[in-house]
Design a protein around this ligand. Structure first.
Ligand code: ZN
Length: 465
């Protein structure tokens, strides 16, 4: 046993050395990729998208990935697919990432131009550096650590329209063979804070609802009619007010809420990340993990009413509001939306019935973090960061993850990467910490080794037969 452990340790040391030797090359290739403004949003030139596609496809090919070809779907930028066959008896790992980015937004808020990769204080700044080009390059680096002959089979899926959604988002269940694998590395996330190896084991679901009140044929003088005329805006506001208690907890029946047992942000970190103004409280009770990840959240995202500058003294005949619901990772998003709709239909503020319309839903994701791949990933991340791996969740949804889980229910889905909680993704001054990037490459390479070893130990007949 001691011999095995020593052999194992020296294999890991060789992998780490190989990654370290490649890091400066890998980082300059990351910079080349960040320089390409591969914005997938409509209205931006498709040229850079294709340029980024070609660069990534070439890097993967040079890293040993075979049969690289684009998967073409309607109105969807080409998806890079490719594979490395598994050694006999070894499991297969699917590597996912995306080469598109969101627009830079207000360029005056950037301290360096968004598409001029800038190396400063141990970080690489630029749009897409963290979301998700460093993660794509981590796949490349992990494969190169084995000279293109990793101890596991590889499938690669790198898409070009993650940020805006496409036909690909719902495609996996229609072509499960393409995604068939024993584990998937979804590299589009990262550490809860720099230095803390982190697996994201759950994603909240989402649902939209619109409420509407029509009470009068037209606006009526608030002096003459206010007090008795049914006020549409007041009705909508009262309905909205019924969604939370006085502390800010959601009180709609039927929405799942559980204690969060993993790691989370501190209050101070959250205040910094959310840019909470001094003196303002956070709302809700319970741990931040419970409020952000394993409980529901309801936000009013739009309301139709007269703007204050145009206010007239009249009772509102009509009002409308859009409500966004975030759903416990394991609750069916349609069920959660229906619970919210039932609550809103029952309310009838002042006796006024509201028109409640269902909006789109996206299911959450809850991993089963207990298999061989999870054990291997926990060990690999802990070794790369020299710290204990923690579990977190994410309040945002990644609908593709749900589609992948549906397509290949037995695959263990792992979410980690080089994007730490302070990376400013989708904001000015996006950056990736080069140390987090390096550790991610090492972690992914070690994961291949750890997973192959654990798989062989658990399947001795298959490994030798
Ligand atoms: Zn993004």
């Amino acid at each position: 046993m001691a011999r095995v452990t020593r052999a194992h340790a020296s294999a890991n040391a060789a992998i780490i050395n190989s990654v370290e030797a490649d890091m400066s090359q890998l980082t300059s290739e990351l910079a080349s990729l960040v320089r390409i403004a591969s914005i997938s949003e409509a209205g931006f030139s498709p040229e850079p998208i294709h340029e980024a596609h070609d660069l990534v496809a070439g890097l993967l090919r040079d890293a040993g990935v075979r049969d690289i070809e684009p998967l073409d779907l309607p109105n969807t930028y080409p998806i890079i697919t490719g594979a490395i066959p598994a050694p006999p008896g070894a499991p297969t790992v699917l590597l996912y990432g995306h080469y598109d980015v969101v627009p830079p937004g207000d360029e005056s808020k950037w301290r360096s131009p968004p598409f001029e990769p800038t190396n400063k204080c141990g970080a690489l700044y630029g749009r897409g550096s963290s979301d998700s080009k460093a993660n794509v390059m981590a796949h490349v680096g992990a494969l190169r650590a084995f000279d293109g002959k990793p101890p596991v089979g590889i499938k690669v899926i790198i898409e070009g329209q993650e940020e805006v959604g496409s036909a690909f988002t719902t495609y996996p269940p229609f072509d499960p063979e393409l995604f068939r694998s024993d584990a998937m590395v979804i590299a589009d996330l990262g550490s809860v804070r720099p230095g803390v190896p982190t697996l994201t084991i759950a994603l909240r679901g989402t649902a939209g609802v619109t409420i509407e009140a029509k009470t009068l044929a037209g606006p009526k003088h608030s002096g003459q009619y206010g007090g008795a005329a049914p006020d549409a805006l007041l009705a909508v506001l009262r309905a909205i007010a019924s969604l939370h208690d006085d502390l800010g907890n959601v009180v709609v029946p039927g929405l799942r809420r559980e204690e969060w047992t993993g790691a989370s942000y501190t209050n101070e970190e959250f205040r910094e990340l959310a840019e909470v103004q001094p003196g303002m409280p956070l709302i809700g009770t319970g741990s931040l993990g419970e409020r952000l990840w394993s409980g529901p959240a309801i936000t009013v995202t739009g309301i139709d009413a007269l703007p204050v500058e145009k206010a007239v003294n009249a009772v509102a005949p009509y009002a409308r509001a859009r409500i966004n619901l975030r759903v416990h990772p394991a609750q069916d998003a349609d069920d959660a939306r229906d619970a919210l709709i039932a609550h809103l239909r029952k309310i009838r503020p002042f006796g006024i019935p509201l028109e409640v319309k269902p909006g789109a839903t996206g299911h959450g994701f809850a991993a089963k973090p207990s298999g061989l791949a999870y054990d291997a990933a926990r060990a690999a991340l802990a070794a790369a960061w020299a710290s204990t791996t923690v579990n977190v969740a994410n309040g945002g949804s990644i609908p593709l993850v749900n589609a992948l889980q549906t397509a290949v229910p037995d695959a263990e889905i792992l979410l980690f990467g080089a994007t730490d909680g302070f990376s400013n993704i989708h904001a000015p001054n996006e950056r990736v910490l080069l140390d987090e990037f390096r550790k991610t490459v090492i972690a992914e390479a070690l994961f291949f080794e750890e997973f192959a070893a654990r798989w062989a130990a658990a399947n001795p007949l298959r490994a030798h037969g």
